[in-house]
Ligand binder design. Structure first.
Ligand code: SF4
Ligand code: SF4
Length: 374
Protein backbone atom coordinates (compact mmCIF):
# COMPACT_ATOMS: atom_id res chain seq x y z
CA UNK A 1 0.00 0.00 0.00
CA UNK A 2 1.35 3.52 -0.78
CA UNK A 3 2.72 5.67 2.04
CA UNK A 4 1.48 9.22 2.52
CA UNK A 5 2.59 12.01 4.85
CA UNK A 6 0.07 12.99 7.51
CA UNK A 7 1.23 16.15 9.35
CA UNK A 8 -1.41 15.80 12.06
CA UNK A 9 0.10 12.56 13.35
CA UNK A 10 3.69 13.56 12.56
CA UNK A 11 4.52 10.58 10.38
CA UNK A 12 3.93 8.65 7.19
CA UNK A 13 1.07 6.19 7.09
CA UNK A 14 -0.50 3.65 4.75
CA UNK A 15 -3.33 4.84 2.47
CA UNK A 16 -4.82 2.96 -0.52
CA UNK A 17 -4.04 5.80 -3.01
CA UNK A 18 -0.95 7.87 -3.82
CA UNK A 19 -0.49 11.21 -2.04
CA UNK A 20 -2.23 13.94 -4.04
CA UNK A 21 -3.01 17.03 -2.05
CA UNK A 22 -5.53 19.35 -3.71
CA UNK A 23 -4.50 22.80 -4.97
CA UNK A 24 -6.36 24.33 -2.05
CA UNK A 25 -8.14 22.68 0.85
CA UNK A 26 -11.54 23.70 2.20
CA UNK A 27 -11.18 24.01 5.98
CA UNK A 28 -13.03 25.34 9.00
CA UNK A 29 -12.23 26.56 12.50
CA UNK A 30 -14.90 26.04 15.19
CA UNK A 31 -14.46 27.69 18.60
CA UNK A 32 -16.04 25.25 21.10
CA UNK A 33 -15.86 27.90 23.82
CA UNK A 34 -18.48 29.98 22.04
CA UNK A 35 -20.96 27.32 20.87
CA UNK A 36 -24.36 27.52 22.60
CA UNK A 37 -25.94 24.48 20.87
CA UNK A 38 -28.77 26.57 19.44
CA UNK A 39 -28.76 24.19 16.43
CA UNK A 40 -29.19 27.05 13.96
CA UNK A 41 -26.38 25.49 11.91
CA UNK A 42 -28.15 22.11 11.94
CA UNK A 43 -31.44 23.70 10.88
CA UNK A 44 -29.80 25.83 8.18
CA UNK A 45 -28.16 22.78 6.64
CA UNK A 46 -31.24 20.60 7.01
CA UNK A 47 -33.64 23.08 5.40
CA UNK A 48 -31.16 23.71 2.58
CA UNK A 49 -30.01 20.20 1.71
CA UNK A 50 -31.76 17.34 3.54
CA UNK A 51 -35.51 17.95 3.62
CA UNK A 52 -36.31 15.30 0.99
CA UNK A 53 -37.55 11.70 1.17
CA UNK A 54 -35.12 9.33 2.89
CA UNK A 55 -33.32 12.21 4.58
CA UNK A 56 -35.54 12.47 7.66
CA UNK A 57 -32.96 11.35 10.23
CA UNK A 58 -29.99 12.77 8.32
CA UNK A 59 -28.02 15.67 9.84
CA UNK A 60 -25.01 16.66 7.76
CA UNK A 61 -24.42 19.22 10.52
CA UNK A 62 -25.22 18.25 14.09
CA UNK A 63 -24.28 19.66 17.49
CA UNK A 64 -23.86 17.17 20.33
CA UNK A 65 -23.08 17.57 24.03
CA UNK A 66 -19.89 15.96 25.23
CA UNK A 67 -19.23 13.64 26.98
CA UNK A 68 -22.64 11.89 26.78
CA UNK A 69 -24.10 13.12 23.48
CA UNK A 70 -23.43 11.52 20.11
CA UNK A 71 -25.01 11.23 16.69
CA UNK A 72 -25.21 8.52 15.54
CA UNK A 73 -25.21 6.63 18.83
CA UNK A 74 -21.76 6.01 20.33
CA UNK A 75 -19.91 6.86 17.08
CA UNK A 76 -16.85 8.09 18.97
CA UNK A 77 -16.83 5.30 21.56
CA UNK A 78 -16.82 2.75 18.73
CA UNK A 79 -14.09 4.63 16.84
CA UNK A 80 -11.82 4.69 19.88
CA UNK A 81 -12.47 0.99 20.52
CA UNK A 82 -11.66 0.19 16.89
CA UNK A 83 -8.38 2.09 17.00
CA UNK A 84 -7.18 0.10 20.00
CA UNK A 85 -4.38 1.51 22.11
CA UNK A 86 -3.59 5.08 21.07
CA UNK A 87 -0.12 6.21 21.97
CA UNK A 88 1.82 9.38 21.14
CA UNK A 89 5.53 10.07 21.42
CA UNK A 90 5.67 13.85 21.47
CA UNK A 91 3.79 14.96 18.36
CA UNK A 92 4.10 11.57 16.65
CA UNK A 93 1.23 9.12 16.85
CA UNK A 94 2.60 5.65 17.45
CA UNK A 95 -0.72 3.78 17.50
CA UNK A 96 -2.59 2.51 14.43
CA UNK A 97 -4.84 4.60 12.14
CA UNK A 98 -8.05 3.26 10.61
CA UNK A 99 -6.04 2.39 7.46
CA UNK A 100 -3.42 0.31 9.22
CA UNK A 101 -4.08 -3.36 9.99
CA UNK A 102 -7.75 -3.46 8.88
CA UNK A 103 -9.65 -6.78 9.18
CA UNK A 104 -8.85 -9.34 6.45
CA UNK A 105 -10.49 -8.43 3.11
CA UNK A 106 -11.29 -4.85 4.18
CA UNK A 107 -9.52 -1.56 3.55
CA UNK A 108 -10.61 0.30 6.68
CA UNK A 109 -11.23 -0.52 10.31
CA UNK A 110 -14.77 0.82 10.62
CA UNK A 111 -18.24 0.13 11.96
CA UNK A 112 -21.68 0.35 10.39
CA UNK A 113 -24.25 2.02 12.66
CA UNK A 114 -27.69 0.42 12.98
CA UNK A 115 -30.71 2.37 11.64
CA UNK A 116 -31.89 3.03 15.22
CA UNK A 117 -28.56 4.68 16.05
CA UNK A 118 -29.72 7.73 14.06
CA UNK A 119 -33.06 7.96 15.89
CA UNK A 120 -32.04 10.18 18.82
CA UNK A 121 -29.71 12.94 17.68
CA UNK A 122 -30.19 14.85 20.95
CA UNK A 123 -29.37 11.97 23.28
CA UNK A 124 -27.23 13.15 26.21
CA UNK A 125 -28.01 16.79 25.47
CA UNK A 126 -26.94 19.13 28.27
CA UNK A 127 -25.99 16.22 30.54
CA UNK A 128 -23.10 17.06 32.81
CA UNK A 129 -20.23 14.75 33.72
CA UNK A 130 -19.51 14.56 37.45
CA UNK A 131 -21.37 15.43 40.62
CA UNK A 132 -21.85 18.96 41.83
CA UNK A 133 -20.83 18.86 45.48
CA UNK A 134 -22.33 21.20 48.03
CA UNK A 135 -20.28 24.38 48.12
CA UNK A 136 -18.69 23.70 44.71
CA UNK A 137 -17.47 26.66 42.70
CA UNK A 138 -16.02 27.14 39.22
CA UNK A 139 -12.25 26.88 38.88
CA UNK A 140 -10.39 27.15 35.59
CA UNK A 141 -10.98 23.42 34.95
CA UNK A 142 -14.44 22.35 36.13
CA UNK A 143 -15.17 19.27 38.27
CA UNK A 144 -18.62 18.93 36.72
CA UNK A 145 -18.45 19.73 33.02
CA UNK A 146 -19.89 19.40 29.54
CA UNK A 147 -19.36 21.20 26.24
CA UNK A 148 -20.91 21.38 22.82
CA UNK A 149 -19.22 19.76 19.84
CA UNK A 150 -20.65 20.78 16.49
CA UNK A 151 -19.79 18.48 13.61
CA UNK A 152 -19.85 18.33 9.82
CA UNK A 153 -17.91 16.29 7.24
CA UNK A 154 -14.20 17.04 7.71
CA UNK A 155 -13.40 16.98 3.98
CA UNK A 156 -10.41 14.91 5.02
CA UNK A 157 -7.13 15.04 3.14
CA UNK A 158 -7.13 11.22 3.18
CA UNK A 159 -10.87 10.41 3.26
CA UNK A 160 -11.71 6.97 4.64
CA UNK A 161 -15.03 7.08 2.75
CA UNK A 162 -13.21 7.56 -0.56
CA UNK A 163 -10.67 4.87 0.24
CA UNK A 164 -13.38 2.33 1.08
CA UNK A 165 -15.66 2.81 -1.94
CA UNK A 166 -15.40 -0.20 -4.30
CA UNK A 167 -17.17 1.79 -7.06
CA UNK A 168 -14.81 4.80 -6.93
CA UNK A 169 -17.95 6.88 -6.54
CA UNK A 170 -16.36 9.28 -4.02
CA UNK A 171 -13.92 11.91 -5.17
CA UNK A 172 -12.02 14.90 -3.87
CA UNK A 173 -12.12 18.11 -5.92
CA UNK A 174 -9.25 20.52 -6.54
CA UNK A 175 -10.59 22.66 -3.69
CA UNK A 176 -10.52 19.70 -1.27
CA UNK A 177 -14.30 19.14 -1.13
CA UNK A 178 -15.22 15.45 -0.86
CA UNK A 179 -18.32 14.48 -2.88
CA UNK A 180 -20.33 11.34 -3.65
CA UNK A 181 -21.12 10.86 -7.34
CA UNK A 182 -24.78 9.87 -7.14
CA UNK A 183 -24.70 8.26 -10.59
CA UNK A 184 -21.88 5.86 -9.62
CA UNK A 185 -23.03 5.03 -6.08
CA UNK A 186 -24.74 1.63 -5.75
CA UNK A 187 -25.45 1.89 -2.03
CA UNK A 188 -22.96 -0.64 -0.69
CA UNK A 189 -22.54 1.54 2.46
CA UNK A 190 -18.79 0.88 2.62
CA UNK A 191 -18.29 4.66 3.02
CA UNK A 192 -20.83 4.82 5.87
CA UNK A 193 -18.93 2.04 7.60
CA UNK A 194 -15.50 3.55 6.91
CA UNK A 195 -15.96 7.21 7.88
CA UNK A 196 -14.56 7.49 11.42
CA UNK A 197 -16.79 10.50 12.06
CA UNK A 198 -19.96 8.87 10.66
CA UNK A 199 -20.60 11.77 8.33
CA UNK A 200 -21.73 9.80 5.28
CA UNK A 201 -25.39 8.80 5.43
CA UNK A 202 -27.41 6.19 3.60
CA UNK A 203 -30.63 7.38 1.97
CA UNK A 204 -33.13 4.52 2.18
CA UNK A 205 -35.31 5.95 -0.59
CA UNK A 206 -32.67 6.70 -3.24
CA UNK A 207 -30.50 3.76 -1.97
CA UNK A 208 -27.36 5.88 -2.27
CA UNK A 209 -24.94 7.54 0.15
CA UNK A 210 -25.15 11.27 0.77
CA UNK A 211 -23.02 13.71 2.74
CA UNK A 212 -22.12 17.36 3.38
CA UNK A 213 -21.16 19.01 0.11
CA UNK A 214 -19.46 21.98 1.81
CA UNK A 215 -22.18 24.11 0.19
CA UNK A 216 -20.03 24.20 -2.95
CA UNK A 217 -22.48 26.36 -4.94
CA UNK A 218 -21.86 29.10 -2.34
CA UNK A 219 -18.11 28.51 -2.12
CA UNK A 220 -17.83 28.87 -5.89
CA UNK A 221 -19.32 32.37 -5.53
CA UNK A 222 -16.86 33.35 -2.78
CA UNK A 223 -19.47 32.87 -0.02
CA UNK A 224 -19.04 30.84 3.17
CA UNK A 225 -21.33 27.80 3.71
CA UNK A 226 -24.84 28.01 5.19
CA UNK A 227 -23.87 26.52 8.57
CA UNK A 228 -21.08 29.09 8.88
CA UNK A 229 -23.09 32.11 7.73
CA UNK A 230 -26.01 31.42 10.06
CA UNK A 231 -24.03 30.59 13.21
CA UNK A 232 -25.53 32.64 16.05
CA UNK A 233 -22.52 32.26 18.35
CA UNK A 234 -20.11 33.40 15.59
CA UNK A 235 -17.98 30.36 16.39
CA UNK A 236 -17.11 29.48 12.76
CA UNK A 237 -14.73 30.57 10.06
CA UNK A 238 -14.33 28.81 6.70
CA UNK A 239 -11.56 29.45 4.20
CA UNK A 240 -8.79 27.66 2.31
CA UNK A 241 -5.94 26.02 4.23
CA UNK A 242 -2.49 25.96 2.66
CA UNK A 243 -0.40 22.83 2.34
CA UNK A 244 1.71 22.00 5.41
CA UNK A 245 5.01 23.88 5.17
CA UNK A 246 3.45 26.57 2.95
CA UNK A 247 1.44 28.45 5.59
CA UNK A 248 0.87 32.16 4.88
CA UNK A 249 1.00 34.60 7.80
CA UNK A 250 -1.85 36.68 6.34
CA UNK A 251 -4.23 33.76 5.66
CA UNK A 252 -6.50 33.68 8.74
CA UNK A 253 -6.94 29.89 8.73
CA UNK A 254 -3.23 29.24 8.21
CA UNK A 255 -2.48 31.66 11.02
CA UNK A 256 -4.90 30.07 13.50
CA UNK A 257 -4.29 26.41 12.58
CA UNK A 258 -0.77 26.04 11.18
CA UNK A 259 1.12 28.96 12.74
CA UNK A 260 -0.45 29.62 16.16
CA UNK A 261 -1.76 26.01 16.46
CA UNK A 262 -4.69 27.19 18.55
CA UNK A 263 -7.24 25.04 16.69
CA UNK A 264 -6.82 21.25 16.49
CA UNK A 265 -8.21 18.37 14.42
CA UNK A 266 -10.82 16.02 15.90
CA UNK A 267 -9.40 12.56 16.67
CA UNK A 268 -6.30 13.06 14.52
CA UNK A 269 -5.38 9.46 15.35
CA UNK A 270 -8.01 8.32 12.82
CA UNK A 271 -5.37 9.15 10.17
CA UNK A 272 -7.76 10.81 7.71
CA UNK A 273 -6.26 14.30 8.30
CA UNK A 274 -9.65 15.94 9.00
CA UNK A 275 -9.99 19.61 8.02
CA UNK A 276 -12.38 20.93 10.64
CA UNK A 277 -10.23 22.40 13.40
CA UNK A 278 -11.51 22.97 16.94
CA UNK A 279 -10.40 25.45 19.56
CA UNK A 280 -10.62 23.19 22.64
CA UNK A 281 -12.90 24.13 25.56
CA UNK A 282 -10.76 25.70 28.30
CA UNK A 283 -12.78 24.35 31.27
CA UNK A 284 -12.68 20.63 30.43
CA UNK A 285 -10.23 18.14 32.09
CA UNK A 286 -7.16 17.78 29.90
CA UNK A 287 -7.19 13.95 29.74
CA UNK A 288 -10.51 14.05 27.90
CA UNK A 289 -9.29 16.71 25.49
CA UNK A 290 -5.98 14.95 24.80
CA UNK A 291 -7.71 11.81 23.54
CA UNK A 292 -10.05 13.97 21.46
CA UNK A 293 -7.74 16.59 19.94
CA UNK A 294 -4.23 15.16 20.35
CA UNK A 295 -1.10 16.38 22.10
CA UNK A 296 -1.39 20.08 21.15
CA UNK A 297 -4.21 20.76 23.64
CA UNK A 298 -2.25 22.48 26.45
CA UNK A 299 -0.42 24.80 24.08
CA UNK A 300 -3.64 25.64 22.22
CA UNK A 301 -5.48 26.55 25.41
CA UNK A 302 -2.58 28.64 26.69
CA UNK A 303 -2.42 30.57 23.40
CA UNK A 304 -6.20 31.03 23.39
CA UNK A 305 -6.26 32.37 26.93
CA UNK A 306 -3.49 34.86 26.13
CA UNK A 307 -5.24 36.24 23.05
CA UNK A 308 -5.66 39.71 24.54
CA UNK A 309 -1.90 40.18 24.41
CA UNK A 310 -1.77 39.03 20.76
CA UNK A 311 -3.54 41.61 18.54
CA UNK A 312 -2.93 39.62 15.35
CA UNK A 313 -4.62 36.50 16.71
CA UNK A 314 -7.42 38.63 18.13
CA UNK A 315 -7.84 40.21 14.69
CA UNK A 316 -8.14 36.76 13.11
CA UNK A 317 -10.78 35.78 15.72
CA UNK A 318 -12.75 38.97 15.02
CA UNK A 319 -13.34 37.80 11.45
CA UNK A 320 -15.59 34.95 12.71
CA UNK A 321 -19.24 35.51 11.89
CA UNK A 322 -18.87 39.06 10.67
CA UNK A 323 -19.20 38.55 6.91
CA UNK A 324 -20.77 36.02 4.57
CA UNK A 325 -17.75 36.27 2.24
CA UNK A 326 -14.75 33.93 2.25
CA UNK A 327 -11.75 35.77 3.69
CA UNK A 328 -8.46 34.59 2.22
CA UNK A 329 -6.22 37.38 3.55
CA UNK A 330 -6.39 39.59 6.63
CA UNK A 331 -4.62 42.58 8.11
CA UNK A 332 -5.08 44.74 11.20
CA UNK A 333 -4.27 48.17 12.57
CA UNK A 334 -4.54 49.55 16.11
CA UNK A 335 -8.34 49.87 15.75
CA UNK A 336 -9.64 47.18 13.40
CA UNK A 337 -9.30 43.78 11.79
CA UNK A 338 -9.70 43.86 7.99
CA UNK A 339 -10.60 40.91 5.76
CA UNK A 340 -10.02 40.55 1.99
CA UNK A 341 -11.44 38.10 -0.55
CA UNK A 342 -9.55 36.07 -3.17
CA UNK A 343 -9.58 39.05 -5.56
CA UNK A 344 -7.90 41.22 -2.92
CA UNK A 345 -11.06 43.28 -2.32
CA UNK A 346 -11.88 44.38 1.21
CA UNK A 347 -14.98 42.50 2.43
CA UNK A 348 -15.09 43.28 6.13
CA UNK A 349 -13.72 45.66 8.75
CA UNK A 350 -14.34 44.83 12.44
CA UNK A 351 -13.38 47.16 15.31
CA UNK A 352 -11.42 45.76 18.28
CA UNK A 353 -13.75 47.75 20.54
CA UNK A 354 -17.42 48.05 19.66
CA UNK A 355 -18.51 51.71 19.41
CA UNK A 356 -20.77 52.67 22.31
CA UNK A 357 -23.46 55.33 22.08
CA UNK A 358 -25.49 56.63 24.99
CA UNK A 359 -28.66 58.59 24.35
CA UNK A 360 -30.39 61.10 26.63
CA UNK A 361 -32.98 59.48 28.85
CA UNK A 362 -35.55 62.11 27.90
CA UNK A 363 -36.11 62.61 24.18
CA UNK A 364 -37.11 66.27 23.88
CA UNK A 365 -38.18 65.93 20.25
CA UNK A 366 -40.54 62.99 20.82
CA UNK A 367 -41.36 64.04 24.39
CA UNK A 368 -40.79 60.49 25.70
CA UNK A 369 -38.54 58.85 28.28
CA UNK A 370 -36.32 55.99 27.17
CA UNK A 371 -35.85 52.86 29.29
CA UNK A 372 -32.81 51.75 27.33
CA UNK A 373 -30.28 54.48 26.68
CA UNK A 374 -27.28 52.42 25.48
S1 SF4 B 1 -15.33 13.05 7.49
FE1 SF4 B 1 -15.96 11.05 6.74
S2 SF4 B 1 -17.28 11.55 5.02
FE2 SF4 B 1 -16.08 13.35 5.39
S3 SF4 B 1 -14.28 13.16 4.02
FE3 SF4 B 1 -13.73 12.34 6.05
S4 SF4 B 1 -14.09 10.16 5.86
FE4 SF4 B 1 -15.23 11.13 4.18
S1 SF4 C 1 -21.08 23.09 4.72
FE1 SF4 C 1 -23.17 23.20 3.86
S2 SF4 C 1 -23.70 21.08 3.43
FE2 SF4 C 1 -21.94 21.02 4.84
S3 SF4 C 1 -22.83 20.91 6.93
FE3 SF4 C 1 -22.51 23.09 6.47
S4 SF4 C 1 -24.50 23.78 5.60
FE4 SF4 C 1 -24.47 21.52 5.50
Amino acid sequence: MPKVKNWQIGREMEYPYEDKRPKKQVAYVFDTNKCIACQTCSSACKTTWTSGPGQESMFWNNTETKPYGFYPKAWDVKLLKNLGEQTWEGDTYTGKTVFEEPPAGERIKGHLPAYEDYANPNVGEDEVFGLIEKGAFFGSVHNAWMFYLTRICNHCTYPACLAACPRKAIYKRDDGIVLVDQTRCRGYKECVKACPYKKVFFNMVTRTSEKCIACYPLLEKGEQPRCVQTCIGKIRLMSWLSKPGEAKEDNPLDYIVLIKKVALPLYPQSGTEPNVYYIPPVHVPREFLLQMFGPGVDEAIQTYKAVRSDPKLLAAFLLFGNTSKIITRFAYNEKEAIGFNEKGEEVVRVPFTEPFFEREMFDAKLQVYRHNTA
